[in-house]
Design a binder for this molecule. Sequence first.
Ligand SMILES: Cc1cc2nc3c(=O)[nH]c(=O)nc-3n(C[C@H](O)[C@H](O)[C@H](O)COP(=O)(O)O)c2cc1C
Length: 191
Amino acid sequence: MARILVIFHSITGNTMKLAKAVADGAREGGAEVAVKRVPETIPAEILEKNPGYVKVREELESFEVARPEELQDYDAIIFGSPTRFGVMSSQMKQFIDMTGRLWMERRLEGKVGAVFTSNEMPHGGKEATLLSMLLPLFAHGMIIVGLPPAKELYRAGSYYGAASTGVPKEDDLQVAKMLGKRVAEVAEKLC
Ligand SMILES: Cc1cc2nc3c(=O)[nH]c(=O)nc-3n(C[C@H](O)[C@H](O)[C@H](O)COP(=O)(O)O)c2cc1C
């Protein structure tokens, strides 16, 4: 059975909702799945001024914080980040930047990788974020899984990964599940 980590950053819960759908899809695909978050770097006193954060804080904090070195324990890793000015959040980037030793030792080579994002505007940089999130995965030698031109993609998501505009709608969640399931199926064949 493939072991999959869904790792996300989220402040107002949209990426977290996608992460849960990706994980459901991966379980449906037969994998053993862990869902964890990256460390938050914004001070609590600033976060607490954001009502969107306060609403989801309890659920967000129910997810364990991942350690970079644990990435090597999984057969597939699916990264989720909100879009920040057309790229991933600095919190997610910082986490990825802490995988230097894993890169030097080629520990993630051959593992399956995929990405998802949430942003706010229909054309606010989803695809740019997804594509740029894939670059470090290529650098690690991971095998990238995207989405095929299925009928669901006419309504949501992208070739490069799952996505939502604001709070994920049913179509977004369905595509997120599709991504998780596809990663599980590929990882199962490879591990
Ligand atoms: C600093 C900052 C930059 C952002 N940049 C973009 C952007 O470039 N395009 C966009 O559509 N949304 C942008 N957003 C909106 C978030 O991507 C969006 O609200 C997302 O759904 C939040 O995800 P979360 O609920 O998981 O935290 C930005 C938000 C912040 C706080």
